[in-house]
Design a protein around this ligand. Structure first.
Ligand SMILES: Nc1nc2c(ncn2[C@@H]2O[C@H](COP(=O)(O)OP(=O)(O)OP(=O)(O)O)[C@@H](O)[C@H]2O)c(=O)[nH]1
Ligand SMILES: [Mg+2]
Length: 427
């Protein structure tokens, strides 16, 4: 007998709650996103269940009637997994499991599972494990008694301790070990950053699947993995990019954000996200062909604030313009989000302009300004150092090209030196 081996995907039902402040289309978007997340985690969504209510049931999260409906659907359609679009309390999970008799997974649990599947490097694995354990700790009940086997040897069961207490202690010990390991990684990163400090740095940030890695590859030929799934990237890649004929910058591509990203995950991905916090400029990549892009922008802004990177200079990069049906929105967007630029990373549209804008904004964020000085005014070269530091000088045929690091006050003074009117005043 021959058999074709086929990976069986777990069949799942997804459940979302619609409160009165959520619009219908928005609720559909949320469930579409949850379906994508479930798909990325390897599950096949068979049914979507939506509950309209304003109050959350403390013991079951959804109403009793809905619970029964889900139990019946699961029974009829051979479903093994129920996924909730929100986070559930340990008690809710237990009660739902008792009634539906299927595995119950909440949003954080699902996202953590995806991260665990996709983590490749030792840094990403360490970060994911830390987040998983932090998530697990308050949920430790009798069902996790296998932990002492998994982490055996770290501690032994003390006299009079229950299994749960032992497990909790093992988890805590492991958590502090992982934190130490991440501290060490973070120190190594800091050393690496110091070594290459002379180059300006930009970081790609954005909602997951916006096209950050595609753009990284287009600008730096980086060979980063790209996929039409959520969280294709979990690690940070940094490459040198040419942004102007004689100048380059470092560009980092990193993990994407999503709404309701588990707090543990953000916290434990700190070392990966340090490139974002330390960057001179953020390129906020937005998939404007996605109907929910405005909410995505808000989610990314909020996450950046949580990371302490809310005040950094940002260039909005509106991506996937090739897939945009109504190009008229671009005009209103550029008025609302400034500075911004519309591109297509995949088709290579507007990338020359993008490099120019990056170059200009990086210079500004590092406090650098370029000046052209005709030879007849070359005596100004002696006055400029009073208002800033000359970082580069190029003697061209008819003029001198000079780059000065200065502040707003210095910029004003130099501009005054260069303008013909003030020259008269000064003499
Ligand atoms: N139509 C179109 N698709 C694009 C463009 N840029 C990227 N994509 C597609 O969007 C999907 C996601 O691209 P990625 O570059 O992996 O996105 P990302 O932001 O790095 O996503 P994560 O790493 O998962 O956070 C892929 O299928 C890309 O081919 C574009 O300009 N136009
Ligand atoms: Mg990516």
């Amino acid at each position: 007998m021959t058999s074709v081996r086929k990976v069986k995907r777990e069949r799942a039902i997804i459940v979302g709650i619609v409160t009165s402040d959520v619009r219908r289309e928005q609720a559909t978007e949320y469930l579409d996103e949850l379906t994508l997340l479930a798909d990325t985690a390897g599950a096949e969504v068979i049914h979507r269940v939506v509950q309209e209510r304003n109050a959350i049931d403390p013991s079951l999260y959804i109403g009793k009637g809905k619970v029964e409906q889900i139990a019946a659907l699961a029974e009829d359609d051979d479903v093994s997994l129920i996924i909730f679009d929100d986070d559930l309390s340990p008690a809710q999970v237990k009660n739902l499991e008792e009634r539906i008799k299927r595995k119950i997974v909440d949003r954080s649990g699902l996202i953590l599972d995806i991260f665990a599947r996709r983590a490749r490097t030792s840094e990403a694995r360490t970060q994911v494990e830390l987040a998983q354990l932090e998530y697990l700790l308050p949920r430790l009940t009798r069902q996790w008694t296998h932990l002492s086997k998994q982490y055996g040897g770290i501690g032994t069961k003390g006299p009079g301790e229950t299994q749960i207490e032992t497990d909790r202690r093992l988890v805590r010990t492991r958590i502090s070990h992982l934190k130490e390991k991440l501290d060490q990684i973070s120190r190594q990163r800091a050393t690496r950053r110091r070594r290459r400090k002379e180059l300006p740095t930009a970081a790609l940030v954005g909602y997951t699947n916006a096209g950050k890695s595609t753009l990284m590859n287009a600008l730096a030929d980086a060979g980063v993995f790209v996929e039409n799934r959520l969280f294709a990237t979990l690690d940070t890649t940094t490459r040198r990019v040419t942004i102007a004929p004689n100048s380059s910058a470092l560009l980092s591509d990193t993990v994407g954000f999503i709404r309701k990203l588990p707090a543990h995950l953000v916290a434990s991905f700190k070392s990966t996200l340090e490139e974002v916090v330390e960057a001179d400029l953020l390129l906020h990549v937005v998939d404007i062909a996605h109907s929910g892009f405005e909410e995505h922008i808000e989610v990314v802004k909020k996450t950046l604030e949580d990371l302490g990177a809310g005040q950094k200079p940002v260039l909005y990069v509106f991506n996937k313009t090739d897939a945009l049906e109504d190009r008229a929105i671009l005009t209103s967007l550029s008025a609302r989000f400034s500075p911004s630029l519309a591109i297509s990373a995949q088709r290579g549209i507007n990338l020359v302009t993008l490099r120019e804008r990056i170059s200009e904004l990086l210079r500004r964020s590092r406090g650098e300004e370029d000046y052209i000085i005709p030879y007849e005014k070359q005596q100004l070269m002696e006055q400029i150092p009073a208002f800033g530091t000359i970082v580069a000088t190029a003697y061209e045929e008819e003029r001198i090209h000079v780059r000065v690091r200065t502040n707003a006050e210095g910029r004003k003074k130099i501009a005054a030196l260069l303008s013909p009117k003030s020259r008269r005043k000064k003499s």
